[in-house]
Write a protein that binds this ligand. Structure first.
Ligand SMILES: Cc1ncc(COP(=O)(O)O)c(C=O)c1O
Ligand SMILES: Nc1c(O)cccc1C(=O)C[C@H](N)C(=O)O
Length: 412
């Protein structure tokens, strides 16, 4: 069967017409170059909201331009935790007072993992999976070298992700902290965070989740799951823009126990006291280091409120439908060409992107970008199709998967 429209399932037009969130796409900028037809990389960089232009302009003119240095006293000092609280309540299942925004995910990973290892006296092992994102693994390599700690690698299936069974035999009285990604950046595998967290805590270790690929696309219940620590970026499904700051979650029960290693004046008890030596602030503020990136925090605030207005459950429902549609199309028109779908088929185990594999996908991705179809490529052969529930249409998915088929067919 050649045309996707002839198949026994709703067409993309029917799916878009029935989509209760379809109208939300209007909130985002459509590309102005006229060439882009399918943006399938919101799992790397989300589209900007139209509201962001006005938000930034008014920040420059009013908050920055008029209030000038007074802005710090009036609002900006509280911005990392005020924005953190909103991210926490709307997307993380975290009560106020446990989330702060700033730094990059990599730096936040360093601060929290190092704090965890320091706090876990007598425990000198860090558990991480071999397929975790490079920055997570590299930061852990660095901390292990600094502290003389040992890395225990989880040998999970790269085409899926880490399950409780993969951790059996790895956790012991020597485990300080376990670091895993909730949604795997390659396969899109969605880990069972509740079960894994319970298992890790049972072993007396601390659990740190990297939420980069789940925040804003998968509902999270960090407090209810008993998670100790989490980090995530805000430029994917929170649409904060390139290089927007990360967030860190530190469960209230761990805040007095953990001391992060980069002591700066903004995380000190009395920043403007200009004191002789460092005394940490109370609570989540002690995880701040230097001047918070207030300007770079502005765009994500509108996205968090947009998510709050529709609810994370609705976001997840659309995400599942989008990935189901992408998988079904891939099965019909890509698998017959020798493509492998490496993402889980079970929706309960899948985040908001799917990955398809073929030895020619490096070349195919280059062609697609020239044609205005934007997925991304992760070596050795993975082509990732990222589906942002509030800004991706079913028509884009159809166009994108069809374009993959056409570009691949030309090379075969
Ligand atoms: C799982 C994961 N962790 C961390 C990062 C990135 O960290 P940073 O924002 O510090 O570059 C990414 C993506 O870039 C990611 O996918
Ligand atoms: N963080 C990125 C960047 O600075 C440039 C280009 C892409 C990214 C990404 O987000 C990569 C992404 N985390 C991944 O899963 O591969």
């Amino acid at each position: 069967m050649n045309s996707v429209q002839q198949m026994q399932r709703p067409t993309s037009a029917e799916l878009d017409a029935a989509d209760p969130l379809a109208g939300q796409r209007e909130a985002f900028y459509a590309p102005s170059d006229g060439q882009l037809t399918a943006y399938l990389d919101g799992n790397s960089l989300g589209r900007p909201l139209k509201a962001t232009s006005a938000k930034l302009a008014s920040f420059v003119e009013d908050a920055w331009g008029s209030r000038l240095i007074r802005g710090w006293d009036e609002q900006w000092m509280d911005e990392p935790t005020a924005v953190g609280d909103r991210i926490g309540v709307v997307t993380l299942g975290a009560a106020a007072g446990q989330v702060t925004v700033g730094d990059s995910t990599s730096v936040m990973l360093y601060k929290l993992i190092r704090a965890a290892v320091d706090a876990q006296a007598g425990r000198d092992e860090i558990v991480v999976d071999r397929d975790n994102f490079p920055t997570d693994r590299f930061i852990i390599e660095g901390i292990a070298a600094e502290k003389g700690a040992t890395i225990k690698w989880v040998a999970s299936n790269p085409a899926s992700g880490v399950r409780t069974t993969d951790l059996e035999g790895l956790l012991s009285e020597r485990t300080a902290v376990v670091v895993l990604s909730h949604v795997a950046y390659r396969s899109g595998f969605l880990a069972d965070a509740a079960a894994i967290t319970a298992m890790v805590k049972e072993a007396g270790a601390l659990m740190l989740w990297d939420l980069c690929h789940s925040v804003g696309s998968v509902p999270l219940e960090l407090d209810a799951w008993g998670v100790d620590l989490a980090v995530g970026c805000t430029y994917k499904y929170l649409n904060g823009g390139p290089g927007s700051p990360a967030f860190a979650y530190v469960n209230a029960s761990q805040q007095d126990r953990l001391q992060q290693p980069i002591w700066g004046w903004m995380g000190a008890d009395n920043p403007f006291g200009m004191t002789e030596s460092y005394a940490p602030a109370r609570g989540i503020r002690s995880f701040i280091t230097g001047t918070p990136p207030v300007l770079a925090m502005q765009p994500l605030k509108d996205m968090v409120e947009l998510i709050a207005s529709v609810g994370m459950e609705a976001v997840r429902e659309k995400s599942i439908k989008l990935t189901e549609y992408a998988v079904a199309l891939a099965e019909d028109i890509l698998v017959p060409l020798g493509v492998e779908i490496v993402s889980p088929r079970n929706t309960a185990e899948r985040g908001s992107h799917i990955t398809v594999d073929h030895p020619l996908f490096g070349e195919v991705t280059r062609t697609l970008w020239e044609r205005g179809v934007i997925p991304d490529f992760r070596p050795p052969h993975g082509l990732r199709i990222g589906l942002s529930p509030l800004s991706t249409s079913y028509a884009e998915v159809e166009l994108g998967v069809t374009a993959i088929r056409d570009a691949l067919t030309e090379l075969l």
